[in-house]
Design a protein around this ligand. Structure first.
Ligand code: V47
Ligand code: SF4
Length: 382
């Protein structure tokens, strides 16, 4: 395999500086921040894709992961006003938004009784009146109803606010939520860590240091998590690399991140609608460079409700090994921002077929990436 990729790279006649980076990747050596920036600046998607795909196949072969999950969005009322957000409503305009009671959220969970979902993903706005004790009870009630289900809940933004209000340290708050049933953290709220960008797009919410501290503490307490990055708006390549560098350093310390999820900025119905969305070439570069730079992240996820299923499928050739879940029309955060999928829903048959048509093997995983079943029948051709 190594000789194949070396032979392929020769055909691109790469400049010596790029060839050196490519050889480092093949030798399994870590890229420096400057090399990461160079890949963004000079990378053509042909050879970047070949390299990212080489790394992806070295890690996972053709296995492509998905899970069966349900999303609960408790509220879109939010104390913050992130400029890119199309979804939230301030408390003073709460009549335009929604706010689910504990019973209503339990009704969503109960709708899936008898169905083989393995994960509940809970993420929403930061409502000033829904507190730590409300969400702790939500976890307890879900676990009492369905003890085996994995609960991936609350971004570091939501957690930071609820712990502060309840006057709990990060460690105490996370320990109590773990006790109540919290199994892992989603990766949201990371956006771009660099303060010069963060202060322009989401000045008032948790800063980079506290986002990282929450994830570091979670990992120490045995709560794994994901990490995201909102890309394709006003950030530079150096900001993207800075973001991934901070994540790579934390992952070296804790090993608690399961996957990295680049989130493409969508510009409808928000205060950044004047910022154009980035091109498909830029998307491909983002995923490929993430796979090459984040050498200690086991998985790279293309979140299909946001990217659209065609693009997500294409990314399976550019470093991605995970497509998230068979979501059942229960998430609104991206459809409100102009994502491809207005009513994201994919059955297991559809997601496995999409993966097979990209000549990969669908593998249903649980939230910790343990294999539930492999769908390794012959590849479909149309
Ligand atoms: O942090 C908000 C993003 C995130 C827009 O961990 C936007 O498995 C693009 O955390 N354009 C929340 N993105 C979603 C999230 C998530 C999603 C999927 C999987 C996982 C996981 C986590 O949504 C926010 C923000 O970065 N977002 N508005 C927008 N206009
Ligand atoms: Fe609130 Fe999250 Fe929207 Fe920011 S991105 S305004 S924290 S819901």
């Amino acid at each position: 395999m190594e000789t194949d990729i070396l032979a392929l790279l020769k055909t691109y006649h790469l400049p010596a500086s790029i060839e050196r980076i490519a050889y480092k990747v093949i030798a399994g050596e870590r890229l420096t921040p400057q090399e990461g920036i160079t890949l963004f600046e000079q990378g053509k998607i042909s050879w970047l894709g070949a390299l990212a795909n080489y790394v992806r196949e070295r890690m996972h072969g053709n296995d492509t992961f998905f899970n069966r999950n349900v999303h609960i969005e408790p509220t879109n009322v939010c104390v913050y006003s992130c400029k890119f957000c199309s979804y939230s409503r301030l408390y003073k305009h709460r009549e335009e938004g929604w706010e689910l009671s504990l019973d209503e959220m339990m009704d969503i969970v109960k709708r899936y009784d008898g169905q083989p979902i393995t994960e509940v993903h809970i993420v929403g706005g930061v409502h000033p009146k829904l507190d730590f004790y409300f969400f702790r009870e939500l976890l307890q009630r879900i676990k009492a109803h369905r003890p085996e289900i994995h609960i991936k809940a609350f971004t570091a933004v939501e957690l930071y606010y609820m712990f502060k209000k309840a006057r709990l340290s990060i460690e105490e708050g996370l320990s109590q939520l773990k006790e109540a049933g919290l199994n892992s953290l989603p990766g949201g709220g990371a956006e771009i860590f660099a303060p010069e960008i963060r202060n322009q797009i989401c000045a008032d919410k948790v800063d980079a240091e506290n986002w990282l501290k929450i994830h570091e503490t979670a990992h120490r307490l045995g709560i794994p998590s994901n990490a995201t990055m909102l890309y394709g708006h006003i950030e530079s390549y150096a900001h993207r690399i800075d973001h991934m560098e901070r994540l790579r350093q934390l992952q070296d310390q804790t090993g608690g991140f399961n996957c990295f999820i680049p989130l493409k900025f969508r510009n409808q119905n928000n205060d950044m609608s004047h910022v154009p969305e980035c091109s498909v070439v830029e998307d491909v570069k983002m995923y490929a460079v993430a796979r090459l730079y984040l050498d200690n992240f086991p998985h790279l996820k293309a979140y299909w409700p946001m990217l659209g299923r065609d693009m997500a499928q294409m990314m399976l050739s550019f470093g991605v090994d995970d497509l998230d879940g068979t979501i059942d029309d229960s998430t609104r955060i991206y459809s409100m921002a102009g994502a491809e999928e207005q009513h994201p829903a994919m059955t297991t048959e559809e997601i496995t077929s999409l993966i097979r048509k990209a000549h990969r093997i669908p593998v249903e995983r649980n939230s910790l990436y343990e294999v539930i079943s492999r769908f390794d029948e012959p590849v479909e051709t149309s």
